[in-house]
Design a protein around this ligand. Structure first.
Ligand SMILES: Nc1nc2c(ncn2[C@@H]2O[C@H](COP(=O)(O)OP(=O)(O)OP(=O)(O)O)[C@@H](O)[C@H]2O)c(=O)[nH]1
Length: 572
């Protein structure tokens, strides 16, 4: 395959454009992927902070409820005088508990617990499936031994106790039984500052978090760990509350990157985990430390959100595909433009190449882009100039050649045909005569005593005499006749259209007589005479040499006999 300039240039430009489109696409893909990963981290961090704030809001709401209930006159009255006459107030309080629980689906239980009677529950409402259950009579239990009662009783009025997150194993806890829960409690203090009991709210941790998780994108994985790192919420339920069954399933084991967080050296973390001890797939994760609002350090913990990195990469793959498509289209456009550019550059070169090729076989160079102002225009103008120079030199060469040809066939002194041209014409005439079966004649002329002119008047006089004779011979013959100078003072005349002997004699005599015209050289009258021999075709031969020899011999006989005369070659 022949690789033209356009193909090569086009291929190089096309490859460059494809390469650049590919590299740009690759770079754009990498930058976009990094941005995507960063955006995911930012999104996770924001979401984690929002979830953390909403958890605090849940606690705040519960605290408000606790404080309202702990200050409620019915709570105080019931605890000050726990007699059966207070049943109406217990009912009122239970109804209030029910209203609050109906409004807060995240509450498992609200209780009023007495400081006396070993912490006996006075009023208690439990959630039981879709129902709210009021617990009364013998079903009310003594809770004084639980820290959430004993510790809260020590707290000042208006404060909130927050327990660790635990699995609720309290007997008869209904919906809350066996479920992760946080207990919030507030002391009930009378006007004299005596703590009479506590109000306790059990919060449904799982329910609260699942409601929060419902607002998050489906691919987000929610993690919650207590202050030691034990998982409380994990996408894999079997990894939660390990401590409740004597195991430790720790955040810092699954994600070693969180060790600084668990050690309280940092407050928040964003990291990519290729694989943790139990992690099933690489994730991008954010974790924040949850400070306890109360004085209870057990309430602290860690909240985290993670997203499988494959999700992000999947989005980046879609992005990569789009970038690839754009890069391909750009590459193809670049490819097409490169081919067009190559054609645009090489077309005028092809035009010039064709024009020069035509010029080489004799055609003029046409259609050159002479008006262009670029390098191609410059090249075209150079071609044009070159063409003119070649044309001029060619014309001069032709003229020189014609002159040389003329010199090769003519006598430079007289301008008459020389021997060579005469022989050619005689040969042609003979061929014609043979064809038409006509006659022709050759006159061989030699000047008489020419040497004397040279000797007497010099060589220049001899030259002038030769020119004068040539002129006389031309004047007295027809244009169709050929007068030639063979050399020295010898001339020949070819007559191929008047071949009758009588007419030939008249012509010969006329030529001899023409020499009688006076001729002066440097003011001196010079006498010129001729001797002439005549041969005829076919009588005296049928070749140029034969006819010339016959005529020469005839002339010689005249010269020896009389001079200044003519004679015919004898028929042989
Ligand atoms: N000036 C001049 N002289 C020439 C030229 N060519 C030959 N000659 C001379 O012409 C002379 C020719 O001499 P010939 O023809 O032998 O002698 P001629 O004097 O004519 O004697 P005849 O022929 O016997 O009458 C010589 O002296 C040559 O030197 C020429 O071109 N110019």
């Amino acid at each position: 395959m022949k690789w033209g300039l356009a193909t090569r240039l086009g291929s190089v430009l096309a490859l460059v454009s494809l390469l650049m489109a590919g590299m740009t696409g690759l770079y754009a893909f990498q930058v976009a992927r990094d941005l995507l990963v960063q955006a995911t981290k930012d999104e996770l961090m924001t979401a984690t902070q929002v979830v953390g704030r909403r958890i605090r809001d849940v606690h705040l709401d519960a605290s408000r409820d606790l404080h309202m209930l702990s200050r409620h006159p019915a709570s105080l009255a019931l605890l000050q005088n726990p007699s059966p006459q207070q049943a109406t107030q217990a009912d009122q309080l239970a109804t209030l508990f029910e209203l609050i629980m109906a409004a807060n689906p995240g509450y498992f239980q609200i209780r009023l617990i007495s400081a006396s009677d070993s912490g006996l529950e006075r009023v208690r409402v439990d959630r039981d499936g879709q129902q709210l259950l009021r617990i009364e009579g013998d079903d009310l239990q003594e809770k004084g031994h639980y820290p959430y009662v004993s510790d809260t009783l020590q707290m000042p009025a208006g404060s909130t106790y927050q327990s660790r997150t635990v699995i609720n194993h309290e007997r008869g806890a209904h919906a809350g039984l066996g479920q992760p829960t946080v207990l919030l409690a507030s002391p009930v203090v009378n006007a004299r500052g005596q703590t009479l009991g506590v109000i306790v709210i059990n919060i449904d941790l799982k329910g609260a978090f699942s409601r929060l998780a419902a607002d998050l994108p489906a691919e987000f994985q929610l993690y919650l760990a207590n202050r030691d790192g034990d998982f409380l919420i994990h996408p894999d339920n079997t990894r939660t509350f390990g401590f409740d069954t004597g195991r430790r399933v720790l955040l810092q084991d699954e994600f070693p990157a969180t060790r600084d967080l668990v050690a309280r050296r940092v407050d928040q973390l964003v990291f990519e985990a290729d694989s943790g001890e139990h992690a099933t797939e690489p994730v991008i994760a954010t974790f924040t430390a949850n400070r306890a609002r109360s004085d209870n350090p057990d309430a602290a913990g860690f909240l985290g959100l993670a997203q499988p990195r494959s999700n992000v990469l999947q989005r980046s793959h879609a992005l990569g595909l789009t970038i690839l498509q754009i890069a391909s289209v750009l590459g193809l456009v670049g490819f097409a433009l490169a081919l067009l550019l190559a054609r645009w550059v090489t077309r005028p070169l092809n035009t010039m190449s064709n024009a020069v090729a035509r010029f080489s076989i004799g055609h003029p160079i046409l259609g050159l882009p002479l008006t262009r102002q670029d390098e191609i225009g410059q090249l075209a103008r150079s071609f044009e100039q070159m063409q003119q120079q070649i044309h001029q030199q060619f014309t001069e060469l032709q003229a020189n050649r014609q002159e040389l040809e003329h010199l090769a066939r003519h006598d430079p002194l007289t301008g008459l045909p020389n021997r060579r041209l005469f022989i050619e014409r005689l040969d042609n005439a003979l061929a014609r005569a043979k064809r038409t079966q006509t006659q022709l004649a050759v006159m061989f002329i030699d000047m008489d005593h020419f040497k004397a002119i040279n000797d007497q008047w010099g060589h220049e006089a001899g030259d002038a005499a030769l020119q004068w004779v040539a002129q006389r011979l031309l004047e007295h013959t027809r244009e169709t006749d050929t007068v030639a100078r063979l050399g020295g003072d010898e001339f020949v005349v070819l007559l191929d259209n008047q071949v009758q002997a009588e007419q030939l004699a008249l012509v010969a005599q006329k030529l001899i007589d023409s020499m009688r015209e006076p001729w002066f050289f440097n003011g001196h009258l010079c006498q010129i005479q001729l001797s002439m021999g005549i041969s005829l075709y076919p009588q005296n031969g049928d070749t140029a040499d034969a006819l010339l020899n016959s005529a020469d011999n005839a002339m010689y006989r005249v010269k020896t006999a009389s001079r200044n005369n003519f004679g015919f070659a004898p028929e042989g």
